[in-house]
Design a protein around this ligand. Structure first.
Ligand SMILES: Cc1cc2nc3c(=O)[nH]c(=O)nc-3n(C[C@H](O)[C@H](O)[C@H](O)COP(=O)(O)OP(=O)(O)OC[C@H]3O[C@@H](n4cnc5c(N)ncnc54)[C@H](O)[C@@H]3O)c2cc1C
Length: 290
């Protein structure tokens, strides 16, 4: 059992871990190697460096610092976060249990470009199987995605319907061994997608080659799950693409915190580092209060 699992190893997540580990909280950081600052070749507006630095350099130094202090850092992708008595943070390989969780996954991933996607949101298009799967009992549904996260969502939907197609939008399925086995249960359509169509509700999905298929629901689980996807499932308040937090970075769910770009703040390293620090401090208080 961890005191805290931090999802994301960008400036927000790593900064927070420096506080929690130095307060002797058992701290695990899980993140992939695609922080926004990896794309920043030159950084001149972050305190403390007399010469221009690269985002890559800053990330590496932050990770070394956290490791030196005892933070466990895992290169992996989180697929799901659940809460009963404690939090369960799931990757394709393992489930990690913790008392608190910090969401620090940066800005949501760019979603698939698909005509009319937004128009059918709430009318056949959903981003949350836990919230909406029930409404698709025995109906024909699709999951839009090509990675573990998409298969995880399809497995959740099996409670409600067996007629499930994975639409990869022209991508190869990119799956870990665990999810490769499970994917075999679903139909897979890998044609590039063109648009959604219907009346008051979604009825059809069109492909670039002019063909179409009838569907009644489409669950979007494209690329990796973001903080926003986790938040939706946990019933966390969000405002557009941003997770709503108070001034201590707490969400409306006890023990769940968010920091950095996923909160829609001023998207800068200094803000992410500051929010991570504040979240760290509050997580320490929270864990000690249990
Ligand atoms: C090109 C570019 C240049 C920039 N230049 C500057 C600059 O000069 N100065 C400045 O202050 N800011 C700059 N920024 C902004 C800055 O990079 C961000 O504000 C900052 O990185 C936000 O930190 P974060 O920790 O919130 O998110 P990120 O740094 O994006 O980190 C998010 C972390 O979450 C991980 N993650 C996401 N999903 C999952 C998942 N499902 N499972 C596990 N891990 C996951 C990612 O892999 C990553 O480790 C720049 C951004 C870009 C894109």
């Amino acid at each position: 059992m961890y005191d805290v699992v931090i999802i994301g190893k960008g400036p927000a997540g790593t900064s927070s871990s420096l506080y929690t580990i130095r307060a002797n909280l058992k701290t695990l950081v899980i993140g992939k190697d695609d922080s926004a600052i990896r794309k920043a070749g030159k950084i001149d507006n972050y305190f403390g460096f007399s010469n221009t630095i690269s985002g890559e350099f800053l990330l590496q130094e932050g990770e070394k610092q956290a490791s030196r202090l005892g933070v466990e850092i895992l290169d992996d992708e989180v697929i799901s976060v659940e809460k009963d008595d404690f939090f369960k943070v799931m990757t394709a390989r393992e489930t990690y249990v913790s008392k608190a969780v910090l969401l620090a996954t940066g800005q949501p991933q760019v979603k698939a470009k698909l005509e009319n996607l937004a128009e059918f949101e709430g009318k056949g298009v959903s981003y949350c199987t836990t919230c909406d799967g029930f409404f698709y009992n025995n109906l024909k549904v699709g999951v839009l995605g090509f990675k573990d996260y998409a298969i995880h969502e399809a497995v959740e939907l099996e409670t409600y319907t067996k007629d499930i197609t994975i639409y990869t939008n022209g991508r190869e399925l990119l799956l870990s061994d665990k999810f490769k086995d499970q994917a075999g249960r679903f139909k897979v359509n890998s044609k590039p997608l063109l648009k959604l169509d219907g009346g008051d509700f979604l009825q059809r999905i069109f492909f670039n080659d002019g063909t179409s298929e009838d569907i009644e629901g489409l669950f979007v689980a494209y690329d990796s799950a973001s903080s926003l996807d986790f938040a939706r499932k946990l019933g966390i308040v969000a405002d557009g693409n941003s997770i709503v937090v108070d001034k201590y970075q707490q969400t409306n769910l006890d023990g769940l915190f968010a920091a950095g770009d996923c909160t829609g703040s001023f998207k800068q390293i200094s803000t992410a580092v500051g929010q991570g620090a504040m979240a760290g401090r509050k997580i320490i208080e929270y864990v000690r209060s249990l």
